[in-house]
Design a protein around this ligand. Structure first.
Ligand code: MG
Length: 280
């Protein structure tokens, strides 16, 4: 594969992302897929989806998990509802996450991504250890079928994420680095965070955002790529410097306006192609 193939974060029938059919018009060689709803996670659907992607000439590089009951309405709601972090839904979601990994395997997708949710900050706490144990369980399930697990960044400071990865202690656990999330959640400057996480970064989201006036308490604002506080050129320079050659997956979450979403993704593709050429 060429260096830095451009991609788009895409939904099949569930979750965020650009609808799959719109990707053809955008014209990119890779996608990350948000996992479909449970009722469509069959071997038949996996085969059909794989065939559709092959027809479009698109490689799926990662499948992102999502769960019923998750809400990104505001930061406290994310903390209460997202990922494996909430103890009340953890056992059921562990089962479902393995089913999503199995569906990805049926499609030949070799990595599974997720927002694990808000990791407790105290690495000695029972909550932190229980979440790390759950994560290790998922990693072992995925490792047995040749898959990696990518943790999305953003909901915690980078030192907490590093401690978590170390505690989980599984070789197939990596990071999907999303620079905009660091800003949206107010969890730290993205480029220094990228340096710290460098050995673990196996995929990235190209997304942009501006800081909240109350970082960590209220959301920052997601904006079109290049219009925010990430500094996309500096981000790509930093990726080059750490030796990252994987896909540049554009994420733009404005599902309420599909035409604008597609147009802005097309502009983001143009921007990334220009910067890729400049930095080559
Ligand atoms: Mg992201």
């Amino acid at each position: 594969m060429e260096i830095w193939p451009i991609g788009v974060f895409v939904s099949c029938d569930a979750g965020l992302g650009l609808p799959l059919e719109a990707v053809r018009e955008v014209g990119v060689p890779t996608v990350q897929l948000h996992a479909p709803h449970s009722q469509s996670r069959s071997a038949e659907h996996a085969a059909a989806l794989s065939a559709r992607l092959a027809e479009l000439g698109i490689e799926a590089t990662c499948m992102f998990a999502g769960f019923e009951g998750e809400s990104y309405a505001n930061i406290p709601t994310v903390e209460r509802t997202v990922g494996l972090a909430p103890p009340s839904t953890r056992a059921a979601r562990l089962v479902e996450l393995k089913e999503i990994a199995d569906f990805a395997r049926q499609m030949g997708v070799t990595s599974v991504g997720l927002h694990v949710g808000f990791i407790p900050h105290d690495a000695e706490s029972a909550g932190f250890i229980a979440l790390a144990d759950a994560m290790a369980d998922v990693c072992q399930h995925c490792a047995a079928q040749g898959q990696a697990v990518h943790l999305e960044t953003g909901q915690e400071p980078v030192d907490v994420l590093l401690q978590f990865i170390q505690r989980v202690g599984q070789d197939n656990l990596h990071v999907n680095f999303d620079p905009a999330n660091m800003i949206l959640y107010g969890s730290g400057e993205p480029l220094p965070a990228l340096q710290t996480l460098a050995p673990h970064v196996q995929s990235v989201h190209c997304k942009d955002a501006t800081w909240s006036d109350q970082p960590g308490k209220t959301w920052g604002t997601e904006v079109p790529l290049g219009a925010g506080d990430v500094d996309i050129e500096a981000f790509l320079r930093a990726l080059k410097q750490i030796g990252y050659t994987g896909p540049l997956t554009i994420e733009r979450e404005i599902a309420q306006d599909r035409d604008r979403q597609k147009a802005e993704i097309q502009e983001a593709v143009t921007l990334l192609e220009r910067l890729r050429q400049k930095l080559a």
